[in-house]
Design a protein around this ligand. Sequence first.
Ligand SMILES: Cc1cc2nc3c(=O)[nH]c(=O)nc-3n(C[C@H](O)[C@H](O)[C@H](O)COP(=O)(O)OP(=O)(O)OC[C@H]3O[C@@H](n4cnc5c(N)ncnc54)[C@H](O)[C@@H]3O)c2cc1C
Length: 292
Amino acid sequence: MGYEVDLPNLETYAKTLLEAPREPSEETFGNAETIESDVSMQKQRKGRDKFIKDASKMANVIKEKLINSSGNPVFPYPFITLDAEKVAARKYDYIIVGGGTAGCPLAATLSQKHTVLVLERGGSPYGNSEIENGDNFGNPLNEPDKYSSIAQEVLTEDGLKLARARVLGGGTAINAGFYSRASLGFIQRMGWDEKLVNESFLWVEKVNAFKPDHLSRWSTALKDALLEVGVLPYNGYTMDHVEGTKISASTFDNHGKRHTAADLLKYANPHNIVVLLNATASRILFSSSSGA
Ligand SMILES: Cc1cc2nc3c(=O)[nH]c(=O)nc-3n(C[C@H](O)[C@H](O)[C@H](O)COP(=O)(O)OP(=O)(O)OC[C@H]3O[C@@H](n4cnc5c(N)ncnc54)[C@H](O)[C@@H]3O)c2cc1C
């Protein structure tokens, strides 16, 4: 099966970098005549920092877009494939339809003791800057189409326009990245094992949750607005589900890179799992015979 490497995107990225301000030379820093004021100096430093940050992002994008000699992308896990023939005529203990927010951790967990096939209708989030680059948050939501976009527009029964993901990692590849734990009350109501749930939170958070070292302007505005209208107390940073206003963890790291549920596949037993991309399940056949 073919795979289209997102070269146009890469080119736009490269162009942005070339147009970014260069690091000021030693001479510029040292020569008082060329520096009009502290403000212009700060601007140059900011430009340099942005340049370095963008260059490292660019390096990551290129690394992740490396293709092998057969023209296929190099996925971070060997068990992700676009080749349907690899999974055909094989039996699995479990077939999971949808490699999304729930599907990926479920598959990783089941694969510890069972054979698992994940069918994901979308492609890979890896190397896709529309997903991974936090600056592009929202773009996929503005470009939904019926058949191939990362986000698919859906209309709820009560007429609300929403989006659903169509990519490995599911909703975590398009959402706002707000990460919070469930409340104790909810866990108890569901009848879940509290100890196991807490262990599971840690399992996920090691890979997917980051404590922000600063708040974006959007988050700052939201926090201030909540406090202004009296959503109290102010709890500062916590991942716990608490009353009032808080700063929580994010699935975007402090370099602005998004981490999706697909990253949880790193916990999978690679010998027991296959993740097939571009694979839409259209029917499930149930059988009552014991051989099913
Ligand atoms: C814009 C937006 C912002 C959000 N922000 C946040 C937030 O900040 N914090 C938060 O906690 N939640 C947020 N959410 C909600 C959260 O992302 C979802 O509730 C969650 O991702 C749903 O997980 P899921 O496993 O049920 O489904 P999904 O993660 O959507 O997984 C379903 C998967 O199944 C695949 N699939 C569907 N049909 C088929 C088929 N027939 N064959 C094969 N594969 C199929 C899809 O491609 C997808 O990968 C947001 C949601 C949206 C849309």
